[in-house]
Design a protein around this ligand. Structure first.
Ligand SMILES: [Zn+2]
Length: 164
């Protein structure tokens, strides 16, 4: 019964207060569906949280209170402890398959892009040295597993490892 109940739990989705932009990018890097706007009214964030069953993450006690069961008040001020806080408070288990599966800029799910289709669209040395590319259907960005992705993964591993 326990495992059946666990499997039924939907992957959480988020809407992030404007002041937590770095946290939004990290949640996207972990593969979570995360809405973030540089400018948004509290009312809009609350509506999205309720209409789309998203957890509203904020450092604003008033907004967290307004969100009720949909809100989560973030205590930490730095992004790494914030990630740990979210993961622990919501008992998240980020799946390694989902890492770097979303666009950090716009949240869309990334799709595989055949290498040959990208000639001239990525720097030459990248084209020469990388084999696997993914692209964002939302904003058109192309991502590859270069040093940037490796840095993100290393930092995630450190952050996630530090909590155990
Ligand atoms: Zn995008």
């Amino acid at each position: 019964m326990r495992s059946a109940a666990r499997a039924a739990v939907a992957t959480p989705r988020f809407v992030i207060d404007s002041m937590l932009g770095k946290l939004a990018r990290w949640l996207r890097a972990l593969g979570y569906d995360t809405l973030y706007f540089k400018v948004a009214e509290d009312r809009t964030l609350l509506q999205l949280a309720h209409a789309e069953a998203r957890t509203l993450l904020t450092r604003d006690t008033r907004l967290a209170r307004l969100a009720g069961a949909r809100g989560l008040l973030i205590q930490a001020t730095e992004v790494e402890p914030q990630i740990v806080e979210v993961i622990e408070r919501l008992a998240l288990t980020p799946a390694s398959d989902d890492l770097l599966s979303r666009c950090l800029e716009c949240n869309a799910r990334l799709a595989d892009r055949p290498k040959e289709s990208l000639k001239g669209r990525v720097p030459e040395y990248v084209f020469a040295t990388q084999d696997r590319f993914v692209g964002c259907p939302g904003c058109g960005r192309i991502y590859w597993r270069g040093s940037h992705a490796d840095r993100i993964l290393a930092r995630l591993g450190r952050v996630l490892g530090a909590r155990s």
